[in-house]
Structures are given as structure tokens and as C-alpha cells.
Design a protein around this ligand. Structure first.
Ligand code: PSU
Ligand code: MN
Length: 326
């Protein structure tokens, strides 16, 4: 008898030559046993938070992923090798910003080849982490916030490579939305143009990192991790090669800064960036640091709390996706 089998078109997984990759012991084991793996980025460690908060966050987030039944793979480049999963001592070295012996380059898609060719050490942005995760078959990636169209980006053309990456790499990025240092409506328009679905977790409101409401809606409220997994699966079945943004609002009890106060802080940070002539890939780290300074560190507490929450949700999505696909 003829049996109809549903074939899922294979994803464009990308490709990294195997001798360029080093897996952590834990990730290697997980790959052997087919366990769900969650990708984590490293620019947040080297350029997103001060020491020791960056270290505590990186290690803490990995533990949350483990507790939720998935395996963490923090991604970075060390000595010109792509690392998928870091050992604790490697995370420590990346996080120790006082150690200037090895410069830690912020690497996005543009920079990855150079960092490998030169044997440098670098952290990977959302764009670069997505490329690597997808190439090794990881479908879910947890971070704090993604890059976007900068305020005045329609004039300066400062648009994060995270957005173009999301249009061509099939990965689900679980984040707390987009920081209001960026132009949120233009970022959402850009993602729509590039065909990237932007959904929110248990709400229709698209979150704005430090606050649960950006004033804009995403295209759908996802009820559960299973709901998110079925969206990822449907896109796969359609053969779509773009990513998905899953916005998870910051937990209410972690909100420390009200909108007006935050906007004042952001204005100060933007003026300072202008005065100092900050440009290119230095803009985002500069603004993150200034916002932290002018909010008296309140932004940092919020940042740590929301990443932990994203890790909970993201690893549950990875587990659900594994159940759906296997
Ligand atoms: N937004 C944050 N924290 C971060 C970043 C963005 O709230 O650490 C980092 C991420 O690694 C993101 C990168 O991919 O900044 C975007 O940089 P750019 O705008 O230069 O593309
Ligand atoms: Mn930029």
C-alpha cells in the first residue's frame, strides 16, 4: 500500500568546515544524544555588561537552560576557532574585561572571517551567533535584546546586521524585544519588509527591553512554548529560510525604570555619543554603557532579570520543538 510521508524540506543550514569548530564537552554529548540545545551569544558578555555581572549572568543563564531540560551552547571565537559551547574557564576569560592581553573583538557577520583568519578572540553578536548556531543545527537562540534601526538610522543608515541576518538565517531568537535607544517602529517595519515574523510571548504587545510595552504590537500572541514551536515548525515546512523574533516581556517585578525617566536617560546617552563622535560598531556598546551609568545601574538589574526570564522561555521552546520534530 502506498504510504504518504510528510517530507520537511531541509533548512539551509549553512556550513562551517569542521576543523574550524570546537564543541564544549557538554554540547558534544548533547549532539550525540540528540538533546535540545539552546544557543547563547557572547557580545553581551564582552560589550554588554560590566564585570562581574557579565560573568554571573553568563553562568546563571546556562544553568537556567539546564534546569529546563536543554543544553546551553554559548558561542564565541577563541584564538581563531569557532566555539560552540564554552567551558566555565573560557567564559571566565571572556568575561574578565580587565585582562587586556587578548583583545576581545565584537564580531558580527562582517567581522567573522577576519577574526578567524587572524586567529583572534571575539565575541559574537546576534547576527554572528545566528550564523554559527544555524550551521551546527541549533534552532533556538536566547539573548537579552537584538540590534535594530538606530534613531536617525534612516539618515545615518546605522541598521544592525542582526536584522539582515534574521532575514536569511532560519533561527528563532528569543529576546526581550528591542531597546528604546533604537527606533522601534522603524525596526519593526524593516523586519516586516524582510519577511521576519515578530511575535510576543503571552501578549500581543511587542516589548521594549526595560519595559513590557513598546507602544507597538507584534503580529501574534504566542500562548505557550508549544505554540512557539509550532510556528517555527510551520515556517520550516514552508521551506522559509528566515528567522523569527519571539519577544518575551520583562517580568513585571523586574521593571525598575519608568518610561519617562528612561527616555531622559537615553536622550543624555545619545547626546554624549554625538559629542564623542561614536560611530560604527561602537555605537551600541557605548549607548548600553551610558544608559547603565545614567540610570544608576538600574538598567543593569533589569537586564540580568530579563535574560534569565528569556532563558526559561527559550529553553522550553527548544524542548517543545524537539518533541514536535522528532
Ligand atoms: N542589545 C542589548 N545588549 C547587547 C546587544 C544589543 O541590549 O549586548 C549586542 C548584541 O550582541 C547585538 C549587538 O547583536 O549588540 C548589536 O550590535 P550592532 O547594533 O552594532 O549590530
Ligand atoms: Mn550599527
Amino acid at each position: 500500500m502506498l504510504r504518504l510521508v510528510a517530507h520537511t524540506r531541509p533548512l539551509n543550514r549553512g556550513f562551517i568546515t569542521s576543523n574550524r569548530i570546537v564543541y564544549s564537552k557538554e554540547v558534544l554529548e548533547a549532539r550525540k544524544n540528540g538533546l535540545p540545545i539552546v544557543a547563547l551569544e557572547s557580545t553581551i558578555v564582552t560589550h554588554g555588561m560590566p564585570f562581574p555581572h557579565n560573568l554571573d549572568t553568563a553562568l546563571g543563564v546556562e544553568n537556567i537552560v539546564r534546569k529546563n531540560g536543554a543544553v546551553p551552547a554559548t558561542i564565541a571565537v577563541i584564538g581563531g576557532k569557532v566555539h560552540v559551547g564554552l567551558e566555565d574557564n573560557e567564559i571566565r576569560k571572556l568575561a574578565d574585561l580587565t585582562d587586556k592581553t587578548v583583545p576581545k573583538v565584537k564580531a558580527s557577520r562582517r567581522d567573522l572571517g577576519l577574526v578567524l583568519a587572524r586567529g583572534w578572540t571575539g565575541s559574537t553578536t546576534v547576527a554572528a551567533t545566528s550564523i554559527i548556531a544555524n550551521a551546527v543545527g541549533i534552532s533556538v537562540f536566547v539573548t537579552g535584546g537584538i540590534g535594530g534601526v538606530h534613531r536617525n538610522g534612516h539618515i545615518t543608515m546605522d541598521v544592525s546586521a542582526d536584522l539582515t541576518e534574521l532575514s536569511r538565517t532560519p533561527i528563532a531568537v528569543v529576546c526581550a524585544g528591542i531597546k528604546s535607544i533604537l527606533d522601534i517602529p522603524r525596526t519593526l517595519e524593516y523586519l516586516e519588509t524582510m519577511g521576519v515574523p515578530v511575535v510576543s510571548y503571552q501578549t500581543t504587545a511587542f516589548p521594549a527591553f526595560y519595559t513590557p510595552l513598546s507602544g507597538y504590537d507584534s503580529i501574534a500572541a504566542m500562548a505557550s512554548p508549544q505554540d512557539c514551536a509550532s510556528l517555527i515548525k510551520a515556517q520550516r515546512d514552508l521551506g522559509l529560510q528566515n528567522g523569527t523574533v519571539i519577544g518575551v516581556p520583562i517580568p513585571r517585578d523586574a521593571v525598575e525604570i519608568d518610561g519617562e525617566e528612561l527616555e531622559k536617560c537615553i536622550q543624555k546617552a545619545l547626546i554624549e555619543a554625538e559629542i564623542q563622535g561614536i560611530s560604527g560598531k561602537n555605537v551600541t556598546p557605548f549607548l548600553l554603557d551610558k544608559v547603565k551609568e545614567v540610570t544608576d545601574g538600574k538598567s543593569l538589574n533589569a537586564n540580568m532579570a530579563l535574560i534569565a526570564n528569556n532563558a526559561h522561555v527559550g529553553s522550553q521552546i527548544a524542548v517543545s520543538l524537539a518533541e514536535l520534530i522528532e
